[in-house]
Structure formats: structure tokens, C-alpha cells
Design a protein around this ligand. Structure first.
Ligand code: SF4
Length: 354
């Protein structure tokens, strides 16, 4: 049985505090949006900058990224696109670890973030000092961390993985007879264990968005729409994952909507992804999977409060002021980039990325 304990109460309290402090994007009129978009287009050219946006940020930012030659992608593709880009400035619309990863892979570029203070509960749940102690207690393990971690935590790891390549890398390490220490998402860790049969030692973090999907409520929705296929991100609880027709990364779920013949889908991941799904498959009907928060105090309601901090206003300001900029200590970078490059080389060889 894999080791997980409860998240330390002070870490849970810190996550709750940061959720409460997250400021959502301001409401804007159509005219205000149009004026901001125009200014952003001009500034992108003037700064030789490119937008790199995650699937979970606001539709307007995703649209603008695509229209101006940038990308909308998962965290791995965001970072590798940034490294391939000829732009001098990368503007990362997402959360802090994404900006850091972009900087790790493109140290010569200026990396700006409209919302540098936007964090992630997985990142917060795994502070480097506590994680270093955890590693020290398991000295004979290979340390594998999810992309959703700080540069300092990546610097402690042997491998970085994403939900798109985690199964492949876990199998590869198990075939080499290595014991795996996994952090920080416990649900994703358990899913990897079930899918691969590889036992791992787990850190007890969770994503506050996916953790809220409820199996009981989902079953009621499934009974109402028996023809719908259920798509679930593996950061969701085990009993929700068990109800899925398709489990996988954001890319896998988008691909399922696009390629499966079914017309209706219940989607258990951040609803920001609906923009891309609807763009690629406009004829399909998408239904948001229910979260526990609807009837209780709403913490995220299937939308990441930190992703929601990215707006046209702070994007415009970042380009105007060339700030806030992402910096990574060069000594940390030297160590943090190794597990990422190992993952990228493996993923290319396995045909998972270009
Ligand atoms: S959706 Fe979850 S995993 Fe993604 S950034 Fe938000 S808290 Fe982190």
C-alpha cells in the first residue's frame, strides 16, 4: 500500500487563505474589451512578445493567444512552445509554476506573467523544505514530481512528469526496477498506481478544483443524460475517476470530444477547457460535472480561482510595464532543468511530443 498522510493543517490553512485572496478578473464591457485587445495586439508587436496561455484561462485570453501567433496548451506544451518561439518575450497566462517552467527552459528570454501571484494548491501543498525531509526518509527512491510544483521542488527531483506522460514514465522506471516517490497530487498518484500496477510512495497534495467533483452528484447527472460520455481528469477523486468513460490529461479530454462519435459529454475538469472543446467540436454538447461546492461554500466551482486572476487588464499592464517578470535563481535553475529535460527527451523518444 502506498504511503499517504493527511496534508499538514497549516498547509491546508495556507491554501484556504490564498483562495480567499485570489482576485477574479474585472467585469468589462464589450467596448472596454475591444479597446484592451487592440492595445495588447500593438504591444505584443512592439515588444516582440508572444502569448502562451493555458486551457483554463478566460476565453478572451485564449482567443487572443491564438489570433496573435501564440498558443493555448497544457503546461508541458506551453513551456516547449516558449522554448521554440523566436519571440524575445514570453507572456504566460496561467499560474506561477507555468511561468517558472517557461523561464527554466528559456533563461535568455524575458518571461512576464499578468498574474505572478496566481498560485496552485498542488504547488502550495508541497513546500521544498518539507519535501526535502520526505525524500531524506526514502533515500532509495527515484523522485518523480508533477509539473505543478515550484522550481525549488523540481530541483529536488529526478524526473518531472505531466498527466500526459506520467503513465509512460512510471512504467519505464518500474521496468528498470526503481522505487518511486511521487508528489504532490495524491489522486493522480493513485490513478498512476491503478493504471500501471506500479506502487509508489505518495505525497498528500490535491488540486482544489478537481478534488471537488462528487461521485454521488455525477451519478445523478449520468442518469439524467444516459447517452453522455463522462470525461474525467485524473486529479479527481478515485470514485469519480471510476465512473469515467475517458480519463486523461486536458489534451486527451479535448481529443475525446473531437474524435468520439457521441454528441453529449459530461466534463469533470476546469470549465475553462470548454472554449477549446467547443471550438474544435461546435456540434457537441458539453455539460459541466457537478462539484460539492454548489450547495456549500463555493471554493472553486470547477474553475481555478488562480487561473481566473488572469485578465485583459493585467495582461495589458504586464506588456506596458514589462512587469511582473519571472525570475529563477540560476543555482536552482541548474538543478530544476535536469528533470524537465529528462522528461522532454523521454517524451520525444516515445512520440508523445514534437
Ligand atoms: S486547476 Fe488545480 S492543478 Fe490547475 S492550477 Fe488550479 S489548483 Fe493547480
Amino acid at each position: 500500500m502506498s504511503e499517504t498522510t493527511q496534508l499538514a493543517p497549516e498547509l491546508q490553512a495556507r491554501i484556504d487563505r490564498l483562495v480567499a485572496q485570489a482576485t477574479p478578473a474585472p467585469m468589462l464591457s464589450r467596448a472596454e474589451k475591444a479597446a484592451l485587445e487592440e492595445e495588447i495586439r500593438t504591444l505584443l508587436k512592439a515588444r516582440n512578445a508572444v502569448l502562451v496561455a493555458h486551457y483554463y484561462v478566460d476565453d478572451a485570453l485564449q482567443r487572443l493567444a491564438e489570433e496573435t501567433g501564440g498558443i493555448v496548451a497544457d503546461s508541458l506544451e506551453m513551456a516547449s512552445f516558449g522554448a521554440r518561439s523566436e519571440a524575445e518575450v514570453l507572456v504566460v497566462c496561467g499560474v506561477r509554476f507555468m511561468g517558472e517552467t517557461a523561464k527554466l527552459l528559456s533563461p535568455e528570454k524575458t518571461v512576464l506573467m499578468p498574474a505572478l501571484e496566481a498560485t496552485c494548491s498542488l504547488d502550495v501543498s508541497c513546500p521544498p523544505e518539507a519535501f526535502a525531509e520526505f525524500i531524506a526518509r526514502h533515500p532509495d527512491h527515484t523522485v518523480v514530481v508533477y509539473a505543478n510544483t515550484s522550481a525549488e521542488v523540481k530541483a529536488l527531483a529526478d524526473w518531472t512528469v505531466t498527466s500526459g506522460n506520467a503513465l509512460h514514465i512510471a512504467r519505464h522506471l518500474a521496468e528498470r526496477g526503481e522505487k518511486i516517490l511521487w508528489a504532490p497530487d495524491r489522486h493522480l498518484g493513485r490513478w498512476i498506481e491503478r493504471e500501471t500496477g506500479v506502487e509508489m510512495t505518495l505525497w498528500p497534495g490535491h488540486c482544489i478544483v478537481h478534488d471537488e467533483f462528487m461521485a454521488f452528484e455525477l451519478e445523478k447527472l449520468r442518469q439524467r443524460y444516459p447517452d453522455a460520455k463522462v470525461l474525467v481528469h485524473p486529479e479527481s477523486p478515485e470514485n469519480v475517476v471510476e465512473m469515467a468513460d475517458v480519463v486523461g490529461s486536458t489534451k486527451v479530454l479535448i481529443n475525446a470530444v473531437q474524435t468520439l462519435p457521441d454528441r453529449r459529454f459530461i466534463v469533470a475538469t476546469d470549465y475553462g477547457i470548454f472554449y477549446k472543446m467547443q471550438q474544435l467540436a461546435p456540434e457537441k454538447e458539453l455539460i459541466a460535472a457537478p462539484t460539492g461546492s454548489r450547495e456549500r461554500q463555493c471554493q472553486s466551482c470547477a474553475h481555478c480561482p488562480w487561473m481566473a486572476m488572469n485578465s485583459l487588464v493585467n495582461l495589458r499592464d504586464a506588456l506596458r510595464n514589462m512587469a511582473p517578470e519571472v525570475h529563477v535563481d540560476p543555482a536552482v535553475r541548474e538543478r530544476a532543468v535536469r528533470p524537465i529535460q529528462r522528461m522532454l527527451a523521454f517524451s520525444r523518444e516515445a512520440g508523445l511530443i514534437r
